[in-house]
Write a protein that binds this ligand. Structure first.
Ligand SMILES: *Cc1c(COP(=O)(O)O)cnc(C)c1O
Length: 449
């Protein structure tokens, strides 16, 4: 199975050719899910004692399995938060896969960790974090948020005199991502709901009144969102930082989606105050053109994270005292060097290309907002901060949105799903793909007329 042979050579060629062909599809087919029974009929039992051979398995993937997966990088995939990896990043993902790198420790993966850390440094610089900041690329924002909050509580626990509080608490708005609630539930802590201001943002006044309404005894962190998932709203980070500083609270900024816009001068001012974060996440697999899965988790003082997360055991002793072990900064030990495809692409293209690409998506989002304002049958819910544009189709019931969305997908035209805002079913465009054009937006809006 592991020996090099003519067969593996042929397979290597077939796989590289597959990857190349995928790049040449313009646009890629949107594709879509199929029911289990249909896949059973088409693919059948794939695992057998004899094996079907690599080429047959690849053919099965190409003909059946891949076609039952939506292409998230399709320029008219505007649901959830799409992805749009650069070709350089995707190609380098193949190299990472071929290289058998253990990305958890300096001892085993020094070269990879060095490169990943430079990529993290670029993000830290965009955010204005100090020279000592650092962290690790984890699987996704969910794990990034959880790891950051676990660090925050570890710090609070260490600083505390006297008995533990009745309940540990964090504060966040309703607009915070679902992963914050999930982290709270994993950690068994309560979430204090902060009312956003009239503009839908977490601000100093709402935060102070929420904090004053609790006894504050077990409160250890405030989560601000820099680009909410549903609307792309950036909280008032400087005000949140002030409120945290007054009370000695950990200030965590969730920029899983929106943090990418730190690279975009046209909206950078929205993020003022982020440089005061104790921890910060951004998913390069969302709007920084990296393949799945990749979340940059950064700490102002990484030592605090190491104290919370480093695992110790006899068999890990040889790793002690080495330069930088990425495993020490999150809930993970074995890890893929998942920051490398992102690093490679930034190293190859340069940071200016990233600024241009993010700005391009913002331009298309502004076009979408203007186009919605100009059409009588649709209505913009709010002016976008970033590249999420939420709007309603006047006169539509929830079922209309769902059947429209379904039609677009079945026609291989677009993937745009409904969302819910204050009980109302509406829809949204999340634009993170520089290949999404003004014409794509108009085409989709035309289908709602
Ligand atoms: C997507 C998202 C997350 C979760 O990230 P995953 O990579 O999906 O785990 C967290 N916060 C925000 C604001 C997000 O948009």
């Amino acid at each position: 199975v592991h020996r090099h042979s003519e067969e593996t050579e042929r397979l290597a060629e077939a796989i590289l050719a597959y990857a190349e062909d995928r790049f040449e599809l313009d646009p890629v087919p949107l594709d879509g899910p199929k029911p289990h029974e249909e896949l059973e009929r088409l693919a059948g039992q794939t695992i057998t004692e004899e094996g079907m051979g690599g080429e047959a398995a690849l053919r099965l993937f190409d003909d059946v399995l891949s076609r039952a997966c939506v292409s998230v990088d399709h320029p008219r995939f505007l649901s959830f938060i799409p992805a749009a990896p650069t070709e350089a990043a995707t190609l380098f993902d193949l190299v990472v896969g071929a290289s058998s790198i253990y990305g958890g420790s300096w001892l085993e993966g020094a070269g990879a960790v060095y490169a990943e850390n430079q990529a993290l440094r670029w993000i830290s610089d965009l955010a204005g974090l100090p020279a000592g900041a650092g962290g690790v690329f984890v699987q996704g924002g969910t794990l990034g948020n959880l790891s950051a909050l676990v660090t925050a509580r570890h710090v609070a626990r260490a600083r505390r005199d006297g008995p533990p509080p009745l309940r540990w608490q964090i504060a966040a708005t309703r607009g915070a991502h679902s992963s914050i609630g999930s982290a709270a539930s994993v950690m068994d802590v309560d979430v204090i709901a902060v009312e956003p201001d009239a503009d839908g943002r977490l601000g100093g006044a709402g935060l102070r009144s929420a904090l004053e309404a609790t006894d504050g005894d077990g409160l250890f962190a405030v989560v601000a969102t820099a680009g909410t998932t549903n609307f792309g709203i950036v909280d008032r980070l400087a005000e949140a930082a002030d409120a945290c500083a007054e009370r000695g609270l950990w200030f965590h900024v969730d920029g899983a989606y929106g943090g990418a816009a730190l690279a975009a001068p046209s909206v950078r001012a929205l993020f003022d105050g982020i440089e005061r974060a104790d921890s910060f996440i951004v998913d390069p697999h969302k709007w920084l053109f990296a393949p799945f899965d990749c979340c940059a988790l950064l700490y102002r003082e990484p030592e605090l994270a190491r104290a919370a997360h480093a695992q110790t055991a006899g068999y890990l002793e040889p790793l002690q005292g080495s330069e930088w072990n990425p495993s020490d900064y999150a809930i993970n030990l074995t890890r893929r060097a998942r920051g490398l495809p992102f690093w490679f692409s930034v190293a190859a293209h340069g940071t200016r290309a990233y600024t241009a690409a993010v700005e391009r998506t913002l331009e298309v989002a502004r076009y979408a907002a203007a186009e919605i304002r100009s059409r009588a049958y649709v209505e913009l819910l709010r002016a976008p901060d970033l590249s999420v544009v939420v709007f309603r189709r006047l006169g539509w019931e929830p079922d209309d949105y769902y059947s429209w969305s379904d039609r677009l997908m079945k026609a291989n035209l677009a993937f745009v799903t409904p969302t819910i805002h204050e009980g109302e079913t509406v829809t949204r465009f999340a634009i993170v793909n520089p290949r999404t054009s003004e014409a794509d937006i108009s085409t989709i809006l035309d289908t709602m007329a």
